[in-house]
Design a protein around this ligand. Structure first.
Ligand SMILES: [Zn+2]
Ligand SMILES: [Zn+2]
Length: 154
């Protein structure tokens, strides 16, 4: 099951994921985000991140999934390993922690899956309905800001 370049599919709904290179948003490219236009979920991968800062951050998060985490019924879209879930908080500049969000991580490669709902919990409420593309863009920006902050396993 290999040889298909960029052919990753959403683990939730099976839609083709939009690769970072096909997105004009720099937030996607810097963080190596493949996103789903159906559910607004995002797949991150350290090797796909153009920014070395982001790649290092994702590698740091990956360590938390190698030995620990609860197995979940999701196969890693990159390497087909069974993924695990852990709760994370991000430390704000004043030292307080954000509400925890659940992130699915692959114990084999440095991939992560984020459901849109998890990021929604940390984003400002939106006014009115947004289409999936607009929503994914705004969530990517939220995610990029979060990745600048220290990550705490909770
Ligand atoms: Zn999806
Ligand atoms: Zn993997």
């Amino acid at each position: 099951m290999s040889g298909v370049s960029e052919g990753y599919v959403c683990p939730r709904d099976g839609s083709d994921l939009v690769p970072p290179s096909a997105s004009e948003r720099s937030a996607y490219i810097r963080n190596g985000i493949h996103h789903c236009e159906t559910c607004s979920g995002m797949l991150l991968n350290a090797d796909a991140a153009a920014s070395s800062f982001c790649a290092e951050k994702l590698q740091e998060m990956h360590k938390g999934f190698i030995e620990e985490g609860t197995p979940v019924d999701i196969d890693c879209p990159f390497c087909e390993s069974q993924m695990k879930v852990r709760s994370f908080s991000f430390q704000r500049l004043d030292g307080s922690l954000t509400e925890p969000i659940e992130i699915d991580g692959c114990p084999s490669c440095s991939s992560f899956w984020l459901d849109a709902g998890e990021l929604h919990r940390l984003s400002p409420p939106s006014n009115g309905s947004m289409d999936a593309k607009v929503e994914a863009n705004s969530l990517a920006i939220v995610l990029e800001i979060l990745l600048q902050l220290p990550v705490v396993f909770v």
